[in-house]
Design a protein around this ligand. Structure first.
Ligand SMILES: Nc1ncnc2c1ncn2[C@@H]1O[C@H](COP(=O)(O)OP(=O)(O)OP(=O)(O)O)[C@@H](O)[C@H]1O
Length: 278
């Protein structure tokens, strides 16, 4: 659905995006991760036709982002932090306005309100909505044209943990129904939970690209922490036969309360690979 090859965006001497390549398959949730200024938003801006690349190429469902923007428009939609809702209108009226704009049937409005869990609040003015409700309404608005690819820039920024979880569930649900999702986030746990694959961006370049699981396994320790009934903590190495015997001994005696893997977190991997911003 998305094919990016050597994509660049330079602002004078600033190499915001400096030759990145990746592809995203249908129904995949793909995360762009990186420090402030790493080039995430610039990448999404180029892919959605909001910014012209300095070089390289990008294709959406086979169409070139520079020469075929009209073919791409009906296939995509986006949620960006600088987007606004009509605060003095109700949630339903906000969606109805966009439904008319996209020539979508009026029934789509109620369908989307239901999907994002806003049916009960549909008649209320948006200015009375919480940040989480506004964000869900923005996503509903971005789904009006049934996009095959949804671009989300920091979708859970500023949301409390419960609202963020609800939004992640919604994104996962959309992906299960076949929508391809390309998102940016600063939250490593979120990327780990939600993304099929992630790319770490640092100073405009991709420094790692893989599934969260592979990234963690490649970097993590082959070890586990065992907590015994006595509340003692023991570290065992998974490649040490002597530790395997110790583990077996504790198990036979029923001494083990819990075992925690020492696999690295996505954040560990990120800090190791992307370090600090330049
Ligand atoms: N219009 C512009 N003019 C000049 N420099 C720009 C412009 N837009 C972005 N940049 C620079 O390009 C680099 C990448 O910015 P970008 O917004 O893509 O980063 P980001 O990874 O999305 O960061 P954040 O997490 O803060 O949103 C930064 O150094 C930024 O200052």
């Amino acid at each position: 659905m998305v094919e990016v090859e050597g994509l660049r965006k330079h602002y004078g001497p600033v190499r915001a995006v400096d030759g990145i390549s990746f592809s995203v398959g249908a129904g995949e949730v793909f995360g762009l991760l990186g420090h402030n200024g790493a080039g995430k938003s610039t990448t999404i801006r180029m892919l959605t036709g909001r910014s012209r690349p300095t070089g390289g190429s990008a294709r959406i469902a086979g169409h070139d982002v520079v020469s075929e923007p009209e073919e791409i428009k009906p296939l995509i939609n986006l949620v960006f932090e600088d987007q606004n809702l009509y605060e003095r209108f109700s949630g339903r009226d906000n969606l109805a306005f966009f439904a008319r704009l996209y020539e979508a049937p009026a029934s789509r409005v109620d369908e989307l309100l239901e999907l994002v869990g806003l049916t009960g609040a549909a008649g209320r003015k948006v200015k009375t909505y919480s940040t989480g409700m506004k964000q869900r309404l923005l996503i509903a608005r971005a789904l009006i044209n049934r996009p095959r690819i949804l671009f989300l820039d920091e979708p859970t920024r500023g949301l409390d943990p419960t609202s963020a979880r609800e939004l992640r569930n919604l994104i996962a649900d959309l992906s299960r129904r076949g929508t391809t999702v390309l998102l940016t986030t600063h939250y490593m746990e979120e990327a780990d939970e939600l993304c099929d694959r992630v790319a770490f961006l640092s100073a405009g370049r991709i420094v790692a690209l893989d599934t969260p699981r592979e990234l963690k396994l490649k970097r993590g320790e082959r070890a586990a922490t065992v907590i015994l009934r006595s509340r003692e903590e023991k570290t065992i190495r998974l490649d040490d036969p002597a530790d395997a015997t110790r583990l077996q001994g504790w198990m036979v005696k029923g001494d083990i309360v819990a075992i925690h893997s020492r696999e690295g977190t996505l954040e560990d991997v990120f800090v190791e690979l992307a370090g600090r911003p330049l």
